[in-house]
Ligand binder design. Structure first.
Ligand code: SF4
Length: 339
């Protein structure tokens, strides 16, 4: 019998499983505590659970653990972890330290179907990750490296809304005070603009932050950069964002990768400011990092300055995310997981 990975179950699901076996549901909190606050790898260690329940758990479940294949460390301190999965696929996770907090960037799929032209992950799609495989990307730095994790960004390999159910389970385990206990506002999910996913996400009732990758201000360039735009064009995406903001009362962030001579013109800056004002959104500008084999280049310092001056003059909040870890291929759009 193939035993299920216990890390694929939310607290509520484990409670229901325990109820069916005649065990008290609060035991699920103890199991979560062992798994996510002590990093337990065996049911035998769970000393406050009865032997009978431990034996039953052992018969029906296993506890997966992250299998690290390699670690690359950048001169700026960014670390890229390459994990080997049970089926010999590889995924990448990035730990970005800053002076007062550590952020971890999580992958949700092996590869990606969406083929954005500036992204190494979109070369091909292999499969969705389970929620356990997502959780283990956090477990490794937490327990093996004893690193505190303050923020989680779901911006690694894959489109999170293309793996919606596992993503939500992952978030629930992260956010549970008996689980990894990361506040919802410290979790950011980034989508390339999957409209049904944004609609579904507005209904889950978690205060998780949402980032939406625009990367262009007209359909012609967005079609070129992000083939997903042919299915979900800009006008429909903007309308969906407006509905999301209205229905949830939450703000969104616009992600915009600046690529030399493609989407870094003055006209783009004006149009992007207009979209951000319409959505009352802040903008996260990401200067493109060159990927071998791609005919796209980093914007010049002058074009970034001109672009940001226009945004500033339009009174729109923005940040410039200087992608860290580019020399170890850990920057935005560079994760390929040996595809
Ligand atoms: S940017 Fe995101 S959605 Fe686009 S190919 Fe890369 S991983 Fe997929």
């Amino acid at each position: 019998m193939i035993q299920a990975d216990i890390k694929n179950f939310t607290l509520e699901e484990i409670e229901n499983i325990l109820i069916k076996t005649g065990e008290k549901p609060y035991r699920a909190k103890q199991i979560f505590h062992w798994l996510y606050q002590k990093g337990s790898l065996s049911f035998k260690e769970m000393s406050d659970i009865s032997e009978k329940t431990r034996n039953e758990l052992e018969q029906n479940f296993h506890i997966s653990f992250p299998l690290i294949h390699s670690v690359f460390t950048s001169i700026d301190g960014t670390k890229k972890f390459v994990f080997k999965l049970q089926d010999n696929n590889f995924i990448e996770t990035v730990l970005i330290p800053s002076h007062d907090r550590n952020t971890i960037c999580i992958s949700t799929q092996v590869g990606c179907k969406y083929g954005c032209k500036f992204c190494a992950s979109g070369k091909r799609f292999i499969r969705d990750l389970t929620s356990a495989e997502m959780i283990n990307q956090v477990i490794y730095p937490l327990f093996s490296l004893k690193t505190q994790i303050n923020n989680i960004v779901v911006m690694g390999m894959g489109e999170p809304f293309d793996n919606f159910n596992n993503l939500i389970k992952f978030i629930k385990i992260l956010n549970s005070k008996y689980g990894i206990n990361i506040g919802a506002r410290k979790i950011v999910v980034s989508t390339c603009g999957i409209i049904p996913g944004i609609k579904q996400f507005s209904k889950i009732g978690l205060q998780v932050r949402l980032s939406i990758s625009f990367h262009a201000t007209n359909n012609k360039i967005r079609n070129l950069l992000m083939p997903v735009n042919k299915k979900y064009p800009l006008e429909a995406l903007i309308k969906t964002c407006q509905d999301y903001i209205q229905n949830t009362g939450r703000q969104i962030t616009i992600e915009y990768i600046l690529i030399k001579n493609i989407n870094d013109t003055i006209d783009d800056a004006i149009k992007l400011s207009h979209i951000a004002k319409q959505l009352k959104a802040s903008i996260n500008l990401i200067p493109y990092q060159h990927i071998q084999g791609k005919e796209m280049y980093a914007p010049t310092k002058e074009s970034i300055k001109k672009f940001t001056d226009i945004i500033l003059n339009n009174h729109v909040r923005f940040t410039i995310r200087n992608s860290k870890g580019s020399e170890i291929q850990a920057a935005c759009g560079q994760l390929a997981g040996k595809l």
